[in-house]
Design a protein around this ligand. Sequence first.
Ligand SMILES: *Cc1c(COP(=O)(O)O)cnc(C)c1O
Length: 373
Amino acid sequence: MRIPLIDLRAQHAAIADELMAAVAKVVAEQSFILGARVAAFEQRLAEYVGVRHAVGVASCTDALRLALVALGIGPGDAVITTPFTFVASAEAIVRAGATPVFVDVDADSVHLSPERVAECIREWRGPERLRAILVVHLFGACADSKGLLELARTHGLFLVEDAAQALGAVRDGAAAGAVGHASAFSFFPAKTLGAWGDGGALVTADDAIAARVRRLRQHGVEGGRVMEIGENSRLDALHAAVLEVKLRHLEAWIAARRQGARRYRELLDGVPGVSFFDALDEGGTHNPYVVRIAEGRDRVLMSLRAQGIDARAYYDRPIPDEPAFASVRHHRAAIPEAEKRSRDALALPLCANLSTTAQQEVVDALRSAMAGR
Ligand SMILES: *Cc1c(COP(=O)(O)O)cnc(C)c1O
């Protein structure tokens, strides 16, 4: 692809010296598992998000599942989530032993809304016990966490935030991940803060949840004794060192992404058939940057890709319509908005280092794709 969705090589080149120095230290120390590097990064991350605890784990998928487990959610329980997301959000619920309940996203939006979730709670007839709302801050923008937390509290439910795409996003003065009982971040390389491989973190204000996940991530061991059956899900020290360096640049990268998003909006204004999800501009980090194509999204996508533009259809199918869910217990009502989103959402290349010329090329390619639909 001439213009990649995210140019990780350019990002690396800009701070390669800093990164290599940090990694060289870990190599010299030969201390790769947990220890001071991981603790230091956890501390920085917790400060950045504005929560008491951050616990580094192997992935965001693990962080989500461990959050549910630490909240005591498992077989016989149900968790409300969105059908329009990456599969990991629902996968974590299933892997925790609970049943996902898919509630449609709000009209013309990409997020769950308190209104729709409230309706689901009102009409819930079981047989599982509703225990939590797992909200996803999709495309780098926060859903209404505060509204959902209030709703959760009213009904004695937990709120878990899947903030994999939204580190650094804010809404109503609250950072992504700082509102729920527990939240999960991903350091998959293409996320806004990416490691050199897989990584994730759970953040929480709750001492007991943090302690439980610290124990679960390393075989249930606490004070030298196996207190429960856990697993191996740790953030590597090498990744923590990389992430600590990158976290110092995160605000600058987010500012550049926001500027790029504004520029897209100006350049694409008035192109027939292209529109925007306003919610994504509200304190969002545009990871990924997504527009709405009124008709023929798949043809537009093919045309862009043929022109060397690494556009993507995020996501092209509601999660409960994926083949695996034919044999996985779940609940769903009608999800017409999620179905529409999987037909009209289109991600375009955007990263902090995207040049104005490259961006103009994307816009020109999209214009011609739209004309030829
Ligand atoms: C990337 C992503 C995940 C999974 O993150 P991993 O670190 O790869 O496990 C979960 N949810 C959403 C919304 C994501 O975008």
